[in-house]
Write a protein that binds this ligand. Structure first.
Ligand SMILES: Nc1ncnc2c1ncn2[C@@H]1O[C@H](COP(=O)(O)OP(=O)(O)OP(=O)(O)O)[C@@H](O)[C@H]1O
Length: 482
């Protein structure tokens, strides 16, 4: 591909990204500075730093990215563990949506979304959430296992459309995440038009003195608190269901924890409290216990990744140019349907993407400067096969489901801040979840004594041999494809 067609490809990518971002964010709100309500910015940073630096600010962005690119439930064979149960809680789980005796309009909404049966977490969580009297719930399961759909169904089931005031309140950590959840409410409530939804997010300015008539309000903690307390658009005493979504992301942002607790304190004792989180570190636990009295607590173990079905190789080089040459030799010898290539810095990623496209490859570059919707658009195009190579840094790609990518290349080996091998990232980049995993190929580029040392330590850690590959020997390369 000549230089101008590379530029063209980038333009195309950006145009696609723009159209997605207008699609996602075409609500009436004007985008003000994210800090105004204490909400987190989703992307940014300067081009030269390693992506690992913006680790913290990226949590909300990753979560959003996950939602934007996911089209399916995450498969799991693990069972839901019930860690604590309210003695009044229903003891059964359901295998079908019919058993839940949902309103027909909601059942229709669920089926229209293509859900045939409840997901693992929904089997246990839904009977608890829909029970009478209402049950409180703390639920943890990895992203993509059906938590959002579950609490949306619970909110829609509990509202009384004849009452023209807010009855369900849902708080999300960021503006963008609130919009995403709002979309699920709109989709699932499609056949239940009497139920209305309002977004309590920055920029959504209402007239002073007005009272909301919408039955469901979704928003960020700062705005929701203002609307309940200062502006009194919502009467918190009339709230029947309170949902706190993405608790782990929520507490990572300063101020959100306090604001959420202040909202919760204004709600009646009878209000049902529901809290969801993808992870459950100590801080999330402590927060959850403050927000949710007498909870049922359920947990779904993550599907572990393994290297068992992966063939691992390394290539010995002396410079990044040699690594690039080795890569070209591999591409010359075997047919690679789709590959993901990881670099340590954005700069290397950009350089490599440029070089590969000069060689005629259709390359997508995922870069830290892109806003999250742009990243989602790039990944989406890659998934559709419009590009065959995705070059990225680790932070950008974290959370991306790479199951379909048969070849992963570590152009730079993953290391932590102190330069030690980052085994967890290595596993996450190339590993596959046990039963669902297809066979894969991983190629590691080594360019110094130090990186050879890292490779050896990774090998020892997993106790799995990483074979040497001579990329000057075409016959040898061909063998690895079989
Ligand atoms: N019972 C179901 N059957 C089929 N698909 C489902 C079901 N429940 C949810 N989904 C779909 O699975 C995907 C993940 O669901 P959902 O967003 O509810 O998960 P989540 O655990 O909330 O993840 P995240 O925290 O990333 O939002 C979505 O595309 C959703 O539409």
């Amino acid at each position: 591909m000549a230089t101008d067609s590379w530029a063209l490809a980038v333009d195309e990518q950006e145009a696609a990204a723009e159209s997605i971002s207008t699609l996602q964010l075409n609500e009436k709100e004007d985008k003000q500075k994210p800090e105004e309500n204490g909400e987190e910015a989703v992307a940014g940073g300067d081009a030269d730093k390693t992506d690992d630096n913006d680790d913290n600010e990226d949590r909300a962005a990753q979560s959003l990215l996950n939602k934007l690119i996911r089209s399916n439930l995450v498969n799991t064979t693990n069972q839901v563990e019930v860690l604590q149960r309210d003695p009044n809680s229903p003891l059964y789980s359901v295998k079908s949506f019919e058993e839940l005796r949902l309103k027909p309009q909601l059942l229709q909404g669920v089926y229209a979304m293509g859900f045939n049966r409840p997901s693992k977490i929904q089997e246990t969580a839904l009977p608890m959430m829909l029970a009478e009297p209402p049950q409180n719930l703390i639920a943890q399961s990895q992203s993509g296992t059906g938590k959002t759909a579950a609490f949306v169904l619970a909110m829609l089931s509990h509202v009384d459309p004849a009452n023209k005031w807010p009855q369900c309140l849902c708080v999300s950590p960021t503006y963008e995440l609130a919009l995403q959840t709002g979309k699920v409410i709109e989709q699932m409530g499609k056949f239940y038009p009497e139920v209305k939804l309002m977004y309590a997010i920055r920029g959504n300015k209402l007239e002073r003195g007005m009272k909301l008539q919408e039955q469901i309000v979704i928003g960020t903690p700062g705005t929701v608190l203002d609307w309940c307390q200062k502006l009194r658009f919502i009467d918190p005493k009339k709230i029947k269901v309170f949902v706190l979504d993405e608790a782990d992301v929520m507490i990572a942002t300063q101020g959100h924890q306090d604001q959420s607790i202040r909202i919760q304190r204004m709600l009646p004792k009878t209000c049902q409290m529901l809290l969801f989180s993808a992870t459950f570190e100590e801080s999330v636990w402590n927060f959850a216990k403050r927000i949710v009295p007498d909870p049922n607590i359920i947990k779904l173990k993550r599907e572990e990744e393994t290297l068992d079905t992966i063939k691992q190789y390394y290539v010995n080089c002396n410079s990044r140019e040699e690594k690039f040459q080795a890569l070209c030799n591999i591409y010359g010898a075997i047919t690679i349907a789709q590959a993901m290539i990881f670099c340590h810095t954005r700069k290397t990623a950009a350089w490599l993407a440029g070089e590969l496209s000069k060689e005629g490859h259709q390359v997508a570059l995922l870069s830290g400067e892109m806003v999250v919707e742009q990243r989602a658009a790039v990944i989406d195009r890659f998934r559709q096969g419009k590009e065959k190579v995705l070059v990225t840094t680790n932070v950008c790609a974290r959370g991306i489901d790479v199951e379909q990518v048969s070849v992963v290349i570590n152009f730079d080996l993953p290391v932590d801040k102190d330069g030690n091998p980052d085994n967890e990232t290595y596993l996450h980049r190339i590993g596959r979840t046990g039963r669902f995993g297809k066979r894969g190929l991983a190629i590691n580029m080594v360019d110094s004594k130090a990186s050879m040392n890292i490779l050896n330590r990774i090998q020892e850690h997993f106790n799995k041999k990483i074979e040497k590959l001579d990329t000057d020997d075409l016959d040898e390369i061909e063998k690895i494809a079989n």
